[in-house]
Ligand binder design. Structure first.
Ligand code: SAM
Length: 220
C-alpha cells in the first residue's frame, strides 16, 4: 500500500478536474473553523455524487448525515431550479454550520435541513408522502440497515441509493467484528444481498480519505 501516492493522485485529479471552486473550499474552511470533524466526502467523491445526481436527472434528493453541508451542496448543485434536497442531521451545531454554508452557496431555497436523530425524522418524510430520486446514506453506520429500510420506503423504481464508508480499511470482511460501525456495515451488506427490491454493487476507493468505499444500488 502506498498511501502517500493515493493522496497525491487524488489531489492531482481534483486539481485538474475541479480547478478553483471557492464555494466548496469555503465550506471546508468554515467547517474546520467551527471545529467540525473532517469526515465529509472528498472533493472527487463530492463531484462523483454531483455527476450521479445529474446522470439520474434527480429532482428530489434525500441525504442522511449533513455535517457542514459539503456533500449536500455538491448534490444540490445538480438539481434543476425546482428541485429539492432534504438532509437529516442529528447535531444542532453541525446543522447551524451547514445552514450558513448553504446560505453562502445560494442554495437555501433548495436545501432543507431537518435536525434530530434520523430514525426519528425519517417518518416525517413518509407522512409528507415524499419519494426521492436519489438517496445518500452517510450518518451513523450502526443504523445503516435501518436507513436502507427507510430508503426503500421512500423510493420508487429507478431511485439511486448510495451509501458511503462500506469498506473501513477492509474491516468489512471481518467475520465477527467488535466495532459496532463494522457490524452495521456488514448487516447493511447482508440486507442488500437479500433484498430483492434493489440491484446493487460496492466499490472500494483510496485517496485523501484513506481506504474505504461506497455501495451503489438502483431500486427495481
Ligand atoms: N455527508 C457529509 C459530507 O460528506 O459532507 C458527512 C456526514 S458525516 C460522515 C456524518 C454526520 O451524520 C455527522 O454530522 C453526524 O452528526 C450525523 N449523524 C450521526 N448520527 C446521526 C443520526 N442518528 N441521525 C442523523 N444524523 C446523524
Amino acid at each position: 500500500m502506498n498511501i502517500s501516492l493515493w493522496n497525491d493522485v487524488d489531489i492531482y485529479f481534483s486539481s485538474k478536474l475541479q480547478k478553483s471552486d471557492p464555494i466548496m473550499n469555503s465550506i471546508l474552511k468554515a467547517n474546520a473553523e467551527a471545529g467540525l470533524p473532517a469526515i465529509d466526502v472528498s472533493p472527487n467523491q463530492g463531484k462523483l455524487l454531483h455527476l450521479l445526481a445529474k446522470l439520474k436527472g434527480a429532482k428530489n434528493i434525500l441525504e442522511i448525515g449533513t455535517l457542514g453541508g459539503y456533500s449536500s451542496v455538491w448534490l444540490a448543485r445538480a438539481l434543476p431550479e425546482d428541485g429539492h434536497l432534504v438532509t437529516l442531521e442529528f447535531s444542532e451545531k453541525h446543522a447551524k454550520v451547514a445552514n450558513e454554508n448553504i446560505r453562502n452557496a445560494g442554495l437555501e431555497n433548495q436545501i432543507e435541513i431537518i435536525v434530530g436523530p434520523a430514525l426519528g425524522t425519517l417518518p416525517i418524510l413518509k407522512k409528507r408522502l415524499l419519494s426521492f430520486d436519489l438517496i445518500f446514506i452517510d450518518a451513523d453506520k450502526p443504523n445503516n440497515p435501518e436507513y436502507l429500510k427507510w430508503a426503500l420506503e421512500l423510493s420508487k423504481p429507478g431511485t439511486v441509493i448510495i451509501t458511503d464508508n462500506v469498506v473501513r480499511n477492509g474491516k468489512v470482511i471481518e467475520d465477527d467484528p467488535e466495532d459496532s460501525t463494522v457490524q452495521g456495515i456488514r448487516q447493511f451488506i447482508d440486507l442488500l444481498s437479500e433484498e430483492s427490491r434493489i440491484d446493487s454493487t460496492a466499490i472500494q476507493t483510496v485517496g485523501v480519505k484513506g481506504y474505504d468505499g461506497f455501495a451503489l444500488g438502483v431500486v427495481k
